[in-house]
Design a protein around this ligand. Structure first.
Ligand code: URA
Length: 233
């Protein structure tokens, strides 16, 4: 790839700014100053520095967002703020989008990325990646609800969900693990057993937990080791 594209992909500036910087001798590749913007760089092996700072090439970006209520899981919306409005400026040059959706009033773990393949792997109906939610409910959780979740719940459209886990972790507070991602699934599952979700938060995708140090509305990069955990069951 061209040196100016490599640096632009890393968020170092616009192509025209970078062309000027490169011409001025600010960039090195494998220790040698390179003054031509179209110099070919092997992004998987080259050591590139700009103004003395090593620039790490990332093919894709993966961000863990602690989604607050009131923002929609979309890249554009006419009425509401979107999760991409919360993306820090340093990632603005990437076309990040959310993987799957959380309702406007649901909080918690949402991934933003520019990796379409990961998005497909996590959201494909056949992937069955577990997703864990904490729900505060209007009514009590009964043994028969737990058994009904275990068998699979018939939703209002006739779809029978995959067996889900339901555990009471406090008064009217449930931890639920589901293995698919239907529209309003958790709310509809509780509605089917005569209950009502008053508050919902996603805490885990696969084996990766939301970083509780992340304040609502903030995001941080997911490490390569953490990415592997997304596929844990
Ligand atoms: N289930 C829901 O009902 N809402 C969400 O946002 C996610 C899962």
């Amino acid at each position: 790839m061209r040196l100016d594209k490599f640096l632009a992909d890393c968020g170092c500036g616009t192509r025209s700014e970078l062309k000027k910087l490169i011409k001025s001798g600010a960039a090195t590749v494998n220790g040698s100053v390179v003054r031509t913007a179209d110099f070919r760089v092997d992004e998987s092996a080259a050591v590139v520095e700009l103004l003395g700072k090593k620039i790490e090439y990332k093919k894709h970006i993966y961000l863990m967002l602690n989604k607050p209520q009131g923002v929609v899981s979309a890249t554009e919306d006419n009425l509401h703020r979107t999760v991409t409005d919360l993306v820090p400026a340093e990632y603005a040059h990437r076309n990040l989008f959310p993987i799957g959706r959380l309702d406007i009033d649901t909080e918690g773990f949402l991934i933003l990325t520019d990796d379409g393949e990961l998005s497909h792997r996590l959201t494909s109906p056949r992937s069955h990646i577990p997703k864990t939610y904490i729900a505060r409910l209007a009514g009590k959780i009964s043994e028969s609800d737990i058994e009904a979740f275990e068998r699979g719940i018939t939703l209002d459209d006739g779809h029978v969900t995959l067996p889900a886990k339901l555990r009471e972790i406090g008064e009217n507070i449930a931890e639920t693990v589901i293995f698919e991602g239907r529209f309003h699934q958790i709310k509809r599952m509780f509605a089917a057993v005569g209950n009502k979700v008053e508050y919902l938060k996603r805490t885990k995708i696969g084996g990766l937990e939301l970083d509780e140090a992340l304040p609502l509305g903030e995001m941080r990069e997911i490490t390569p080791e953490e990415l592997e955990r997304l596929y844990e069951r």
